[in-house]
Design a protein around this ligand. Structure first.
Ligand code: ZN
Length: 476
């Protein structure tokens, strides 16, 4: 094509052409299409190049040519060959030994009548969003019987059947109508109950059998090592429980920075173990960490006033008589009348201000419960605690809150960090104390000497703790 293009180009350019273009080195082309301009000089040159290349390959090639060695040079013996043939999947029509000769041959005579199987046994699995009646209908049970069986199973297991439950179904001899009646439906409705529905002359009837359950909790202890989370997981603690444990500890210590490799974790988890071997993990009941270089943290789940929370096992009966300062900083503005720095008029300052650096930790002034945590108008990010004796405290203008409403907090427990949210001129803590809902001077408050738990409740708490800690150790 190049020659043609040159010719036509020359023809168009002829009127303005000046002399002849000198042949250039680029025009000499070794790669020639042997399908074009056959027997031309160019073609011969191409053929010669090809011939020379082939001869070159012939000269350079190793002699004699040998097959490349394959991966397996060993010969397969007779015994192996037979074994291979037996386990190989060969076409059944070719007489494979895997399934016998299945295809019909001329020797096969069709029967005029085949006996019906007297019973059929099926297994079906409950899917998500599936119903027992639908499952039975899918398995060939009549609508009437499926509905009846579903009602019987529902009455025996009111909490329903979990998805994934396997149901064993036995259907009896086909009726003239073509439907097989239910002989038996059996399933494990839960960890502790087996349900069987049996068909008979009088219709379907249900029976249940209980499986013995051991409810003693599981205790898991071990060394933190390289990482607490993975140490827990390696000890057999499930991911949600490990998460619960870390969250429980995090309210009391900095799990990221205050735990070393030699510290030891200690968890007690509710557990149900069936006599047949299966077990079901329940919630975390006790979370503790024994720290080599710092105080231990021991928390037990406990319900106070209808709320379940983590309660410090050792501090539950501790007497609280004074309030602590919520932040380690000087007081920059006291309680009383003053000119508001933003609103510019005299008004009552209902609390005291602490001037502290942005991000300094704010802790609970006394044991109590978080009543609210979140944005509160001019107060910005605010936490309010309720304490014993009708006393409340509030912590305002925070940059970040780390407690949730309902949390039971110990004196000195982290609530959040200093900020300047809401109506504020700079990072500080505005701290208020209420008695019976009225703001009082925080410096005047003397706390009644009462504990978070006392009397019978404290006794019950301690008894439960003793009972839990007597649980055997699963892993050391
Ligand atoms: Zn203030």
């Amino acid at each position: 094509m190049r020659a043609q293009w040159r010719t036509s180009g020359a023809a168009i350019a002829a009127p303005v052409a000046f002399g002849r273009r000198r042949p250039r080195w680029r025009d000499f082309d070794l790669v020639v299409d042997l399908g074009e301009e056959v027997l031309s000089a160019r073609w011969w040159r191409g053929s010669a190049t090809l011939g020379l290349l082939c001869a070159g390959v012939g000269l350079l090639a190793p002699t004699p040519f040998e097959p490349l060695p394959a991966a397996n040079v060993e010969r397969v013996g007779q015994a192996e060959a037979e074994q291979f043939r037996d386990i190989a999947i060969a076409p059944l029509s070719a007489g494979s030994k895997t399934g016998g000769r299945m295809a019909a041959t001329e020797l096969v005579e069709p029967l005029s009548q085949a006996p019906d199987r007297p019973t059929i046994e099926l297994f079906a699995r409950m899917g998500a969003g599936d119903g027992i009646a639908q499952l039975l209908v899918r398995s060939g049970v009549s609508y009437a019987e499926a509905g009846q069986a579903a009602r019987l199973i529902q009455s025996a297991a009111p909490s329903g059947i979990a998805p994934g439950t396997s149901v064993s179904i036995r259907l009896g001899r086909r009726s003239p109508g073509g439907v097989r009646p239910v002989e038996r439906i059996a399933l494990r409705a839960g960890l502790d109950i087996n349900i069987a529905v049996t068909g008979g002359a009088g219709g379907l009837s249900v029976s249940t059998s209980r499986i013995a359950i051991d409810t003693s909790p599981l205790r898991v202890r071990g060394r933190v090592g390289d990482g607490l989370y993975w140490a827990l997981r390696a000890s057999g603690v499930s991911a949600p429980t490990a998460g619960d444990y870390l969250r429980a500890l995090n309210a009391h210590i900095d799990v990221g920075g205050q735990i070393g490799p030699d510290d030891r974790f200690d968890l007690i988890i509710a557990n149900r173990r069936a006599a047949t071997g299966e077990s079901e993990e329940g919630p975390l009941l006790y979370a503790a960490i024994e720290r080599a270089g710092a105080s231990d943290v021991k928390l037990m789940k406990w319900t106070i006033g209808g709320r379940t929370d983590w309660v410090d096992a050792e501090g539950a009966g501790r007497q609280v008589s004074t309030m602590a300062w919520p932040v380690h900083a000087p007081i920059t503005s006291g309680f009383g009348l003053r000119v508001h720095p933003i609103l510019r008029f005299a008004r009552m300052h209902k609390g005291i201000d602490f001037g502290a650096h942005y991000g300094s930790p704010i802790v609970a002034a006394a044991d109590g419960q978080v009543m609210r945590a979140g944005w509160s108008g001019g107060y910005g990010q605010q936490v309010r605690l309720g304490h014993i004796g009708g006393i409340g405290t509030s912590y305002s203008h925070m940059s970040r809150i780390v407690v949730a409403p309902g949390t039971i907090v110990r004196q000195g427990q982290l609530l959040g960090y200093i900020g300047s949210s809401g109506l504020s001129t700079g990072p500080h803590l505005h701290y208020e104390v209420y008695r019976g809902g009225v703001a009082v001077n925080p410096l005047s408050v003397r706390f009644a000497s009462r504990a978070l738990l006392e009397g019978a409740q404290l006794e019950a708490f301690r008894a439960r703790l003793r009972q839990l800690l007597s649980v055997g150790v699963k892993k050391a």
